[in-house]
Write a protein that binds this ligand. Structure first.
Ligand code: RI2
Length: 308
């Protein structure tokens, strides 16, 4: 079943990146809807609901996944029959995927306006939204170069340097602990987002908050690139974001007996360290996160959660 395969691939990180896991979840629900053979609306809704829960459970931190499921299933309570709901799910999934891809492109254009000719940029992990900004600035003819962190333990930085070098952009790989040392050469730090909270805090790949601290101390602006569905309606209700801790074997194996390992894969950067957030609805202050959640994601999703 495609939905189970997708959930497993998200869990094992074969499918990764907050935007891509969201689009894959919408696509998996679409597939589930297209292949439902029964004719009971209640059963169909139940199946979709369970499917949504399975997808959301596959990775706990990125709100993009939850928002994608909500956006795809939002019409379930108003559906008149199985065919009506099937049509609605397919339409919602297609529109979520289309808008998500468009958002990455728009963020690229908006964020690129903050990059000047001659800038040296620091990026972390592998964010399609952040890379869209960097690649758009380069396409505009700006003479830029990039430092990319390795991003242990998964080393997503290797994907980033491949992508940038394929695009012809001068790029240098550094280990995560070299960030403070290299900061004196950096004009702008550009990172992605897994979740943006209602108080403007950013949850992103582990190490982002250290980059933010070093950038802040060196007066280097930090720009976050986040589609609006990476903003979290749950945080408006006071919920804390769960920080995923993954298998310790991702960090090291064969250590002396008794040595413990922890592998938290995201951290939180407070709004005061963030210069701006490039979204598809404009470049905003992190302190505008509440408005994005209420105006763009709507009040509806705040109340739909009661059945969670
Ligand atoms: P895009 C990634 O998480 C990184 O934390 C990255 O900054 C974020 O998702 C956003 O990526 P992981 O899946 O949606 O590598 O911008 O743990 O591609």
């Amino acid at each position: 079943m495609k939905l189970i395969e997708t959930a497993n691939s998200i869990k094992t990180m074969e499918i990764r990146g907050a935007g891509l896991i969201a689009r894959s979840a919408a696509d998996a629900l679409k597939d589930l809807a297209e292949n439902y053979q029964g004719n009971s609306l209640d059963e169909f809704i139940d199946l979709l609901d369970q499917g949504g829960k399975t997808l959301v459970a596959s990775r706990p931190t990125a709100i993009s996944l939850w928002n994608a499921v909500q956006a795809t299933l939002k019409d379930a309570p108003r559906a008149e029959n199985v065919e009506d709901l099937r049509t609605k799910i397919v339409k919602n999934a297609d529109s979520f995927i289309l808008n998500s891809n468009k958002a990455v492109e728009i963020i690229g254009k908006i964020g690129a306006n903050r990059i000047k000719d001659g800038d040296t940029i620091l990026t972390h992990c592998n964010s399609k939204a952040a890379l869209s900004v960097i690649k758009t600035a380069f396409k505009q003819g700006k003479d830029i170069s990039v430092y990319a962190t390795e991003s242990r333990p998964w080393r997503q930085g290797l994907l980033t340097v491949k992508d940038l070098s394929d695009a012809g952009i001068p790029v240098t790989l550094i280990v995560d602990s070299a960030v403070r040392w290299i900061m004196k050469e950096i004009d702008l730090a550009v990172v992605g987002a897994d979740t943006v909270c209602s108080n403007g805090a950013l949850i992103n790949k582990i190490g982002t908050s250290q980059i933010a601290l070093a950038a802040h101390e060196a007066r280097v602006p930090l720009m976050v690139c986040a589609e609006s569905y990476k903003f979290s309606p749950k945080t408006i209700q006071g919920e804390m974001v769960e920080i995923e801790e993954r298998e310790t074997s991702e960090v090291a194996t064969n250590l002396p007996p008794g040595v413990k390992i922890r592998n938290p894969v995201f951290d939180s950067t407070p709004a005061e360290y963030i210069d701006s957030i490039a979204t598809e609805i404009g470049l905003i202050s992190p302190y505008a996160a509440y408005e994005v959640i209420v105006n763009k994601l709507g009040h509806e999703c705040l109340f739909e959660r009661e059945s969670d």
